[in-house]
Ligand binder design. Sequence first.
Ligand SMILES: Cc1ncc(COP(=O)(O)O)c(C=O)c1O
Length: 445
Amino acid sequence: MTEQINQSEILFERAKKVLPGGISRNTIFKLPHPDYVEKGEGCIVTDINGKEYIDFANNMASLIHGHAHPVITRAIIEQVSKGTAFTMASEVEIEFAELLCSRVPGFEKIRFVNSGTEAVMAMIKSARAFTGKAKIAKVEGAYHGAYDYAEVSQTANPNNWGDEDKPNSVPVAVGTPEKALDDVIVIPYNNTKKALEILNQHQGEIAAVLLDPVSHRVGMVAAEDEFVEALYKWTREQQALLLFDEVITFRVGFGGAQQRYKVSPDLTAMGKMIGGGFPVGAFAGRSDVMSVLDPLQPKVLLPHSGTFSANPVTMVAGLTAMKLFDHKAIEKINLLALKTKVLISHSIEKVGIKACVTGEGAMLRVHFKSQAPTNYRQSFLNEDEAKALKIVLTHANEQGIMLINTCSMMLSTVMTINEIEKLVQVLEQGFELVAKQLPSFKRYR
Ligand SMILES: Cc1ncc(COP(=O)(O)O)c(C=O)c1O
């Protein structure tokens, strides 16, 4: 029998000669080689070797309707045939802005950019321009993209994160300016008392507090009402702003994850799924704050542009995708996610391993811990937990289940209970492998 040639292996060898590490983004890196895509349709992705996967990663939560959705595809093709980018504004940009602003009461004005990173960056710069202050505060471990300030402490670990009562500002990249670290105040998640104590040490200096209301890296647990309300109140008292990063979490509800709170952020960053599969970012909120961008003002406090911002292809794709993501679709996908959570929890119980599942809306994350973490330090993986994670991820990949590499799942609206049952079956097999290979994970011994 002839051995099948692995096309991904061949492509990776070629890629390493021209791309650092053979890749353009670390997210998809894995050894012995990344998987290379051939095509996607609905919730199925086929790799270059012809192997099929049920896609629970959805390009890191950016595809809410799966791949090549026929309605979105038709709309894109029509726009592409008319041109893709112009030194002109477009009507579809206004229509998309109207649609997003109509979904969230606090969205008085919106500006489009090209990625979540850019949205968070421009939102922070807007807050600085509005308040005239430089510092921001953010939650330890929260991921907000690659802006120097937003990424502080994103990869903090037990060797450098310091005292829990006063977390260090830890750089991600070597060479990060000290000034950037000094200008980012790190607060612990969902710990109102400690967070306020830290913030109070910087009264008068902070432009904004940045918060992801269900941060993936911090454990995928929702920010508590008390925490959000306290940050809101503190920012009012301090003439500072409350900024939400809803780049992932906007999928949680019709008006994003923020709709569940009594208070609203001043500005919100979005990205990922609002682009209908194309690169996108946006930030929206209070009209008076957004006026820092307004060229109709006598003085523009934050001059801001972007060559591909609001290009009509992204606008058409995003508008079509978000129209399809209506109340009915959201209710359906969130219910399916709830069922998934229950089924995964049953499997964990049945196998009897130390694991649990967290998540909101159609996002879920399995932790190899007995109890759901409530902050970054608790969700941080020790060596054994990292081994357990690897066992499950490897098994899932072999069995054609594509997960995000934290063992997280982002459902899409085209999924049915059939895909969920397959997912749960494969995860359960993975849990059994963990119990067998790492006996310390057995709950009942
Ligand atoms: C919460 C959050 N904010 C910002 C970003 C950055 O978005 P992008 O990768 O589009 O730059 C991400 C990306 O994963 C994210 O998860």
